[in-house]
Design a protein around this ligand. Structure first.
Ligand code: C2O
Ligand code: CU
Length: 471
């Protein structure tokens, strides 16, 4: 195979990046890894499925780095279509952000691209294709930057990647959504009845998935992790689904919520916790001293179906948990969001710029938009050094998980009430709500800014954040 040479950053940029690293961190210690985009076979409900994947040469899934490491990756495209990877939640230089046609060209089949930047911030991040609808074909993987504190703690770590799965091709799902529907009909594809959508209200889901996966597996054949009886387990849960929100349910046992979207929050004790599309949650769980197994379930919003993994101490029996629950997964609201407090909030300072974003759409014809200052197509803008606030107003009947690339932000207001909420990179804006986020404009470039529901994004809910006068 002819592998091209394409380097995304020059020597000068490299020097600058290395020079800004705090001394004492093992910045240059991690060598280059090769990640391959390739097709693979998985099995869903006893049937083989060919999907995309991201693996290292040794077969390991995704990438795990330590605090202070460089992300130093050669990304090879072994698919027969143009592709690439976006590093979701990282604050990298904008040309390495992996959004095709925005940060750079896509990677053609048989070619590769190189990435090298300090792996910041720490925590549970992820990577996925930003090309077309490839994410629905499972082109996503974990990207973990282990915190020095997590490494020191010695707690066992379990990574759980959640996905939604359909036997229908993503292009057909989108085409079906775009078909004109009678106004009174709910926005559901209704491919197999859409019972869940009907029961829970029309607007929780657009797509009627055939299965939900945790680490590529359904609950009929779940991933089982060997853990110590009474031991501490750090769960790093990633919602890599294309258009499904979940509620994580430990079925009784309680855990400490450590981070959301990889950023620390004031610890909170939870047994259930919502995780919207593209969000992450880290939970510290102490296994029961009686040696019983603990299932970690992810129940899809407004759906009977759920996914999950099992934490199994030696000798524990593992009961089979049906993928189909007795009730629909709960509606994901902002009730938990407003309880969260950042452990490391933004510094207090005046706001230099406020940006209103109206989350808008029409179900007939399936068009979604995010007018900024009332104008569809206008980018959000910032000048380096500013404190910026963005206020989302959701005038639609669906939730929108809003994601800004290249920055982390703080949730500072919901429906007019100010609070020092979580640091995130993706915030869910539920129907009728207004949510304000704040960030410091410290990473000049042209950044994707969009709804992370893949079909909403494909149908127009995509914009950019553009820095004025940067070079
Ligand atoms: Cu998870 Cu535009 O990205
Ligand atoms: Cu949306």
């Amino acid at each position: 195979m002819a592998i091209s040479r394409r380097t995304l950053i020059g020597g000068a940029a490299l020097l600058t990046a290395a020079a800004t690293l705090p001394t004492g961190l093992r910045a240059l210690a991690s060598g280059r890894r090769t990640l391959r985009l390739e097709t693979r076979q998985i099995e869903v409900d006893g049937r083989p499925a060919t999907r995309y994947g991201v693996v290292q040469a040794d077969g390991s899934f995704g990438l795990t780095l330590d605090e202070g490491d460089m992300l130093d990756v050669r990304l090879e495209n072994h698919l027969d279509v143009p592709s690439g990877l976006h590093w979701h939640g990282m604050v990298e230089p904008w040309r390495q952000d992996g959004v095709p046609y925005l940060s750079g060209p896509p990677i053609e089949p048989g070619q590769h691209a190189d990435y090298r930047f300090p792996a910041r911030p720490t925590g549970t991040r992820w990577m996925h294709s930003h090309f077309g609808l490839q994410e629905q074909n499972l082109l996503a993987a974990p990207l973990i930057v282990r915190e020095a504190s997590a490494i020191r703690s010695g707690a066992q770590e379990v990574v759980i990647l959640l996905e939604d799965f359909s036997w229908t091709k993503p292009e057909e799902i989108l085409a079906d959504l775009r078909k004109p529907k009678p106004m009174a009909m709910p926005a559901s594809t209704g491919q197999s009845g859409g019972m869940g959508a009907m029961a829970a209200g029309a607007d929780l889901n657009d797509v009627d998935y055939d299965a939900f996966l945790a680490n590529d597996r359904t609950l009929d054949d779940p991933d089982v992790f060997d853990v110590e009886r009474g031991g501490e387990v750090r769960l790093r849960i990633i919602n890599a689904a294309a258009s499904s929100n979940f509620t994580i349910d430990l079925g009784g046992p309680e855990a400490t919520l450590l981070t959301v979207d990889g950023s620390p929050v004031e610890p909170m004790i939870v047994s259930r916790f919502p995780i919207a599309i593209a969000q992450r949650v880290d939970l510290l769980l102490r296994m029961p001293s009686d040696g019983t197994a603990v299932p970690v379930l992810a129940h899809a919003e407004g759906r009977r179906l759920r996914a999950g993994v099992i934490l199994k101490p030696p000798g524990a029996t593992v009961a089979r948990i049906p993928a189909e629950a007795e009730t629909d997964g709960p509606r994901v609201t902002l009730a938990d969001e407003v309880m969260l407090r950042a452990a490391e909030p933004l510094a207090d300072r005046p706001v230099d710029r406020t940006v209103p974003v109206d989350l808008s759409g029409t179900m007939s014809g399936y068009v979604w938009t995010m007018p900024i200052h009332g104008m569809v197509g206008l980018p959000a803008q910032a000048v380096k050094g500013e404190r910026v606030e963005i206020t989302f107003r959701n005038t639609t009947m669906m939730s929108h998980p809003m994601h800004l690339h290249g920055h982390v932000f703080q949730v500072v207001e919901v429906d007019g009430t100010r609070f020092a909420g979580a640091i995130r990179d993706t915030v869910l804006v539920t129907p009728g709500k207004s949510v304000t986020i704040a960030f410091d404009a410290d990473n000049p470039g042209i950044w994707a800014f969009h709804c992370h529901n893949l079909y909403h994004m494909a149908a127009g809910m995509f914009s950019t954040l553009v820095y004025r006068g940067f070079d």
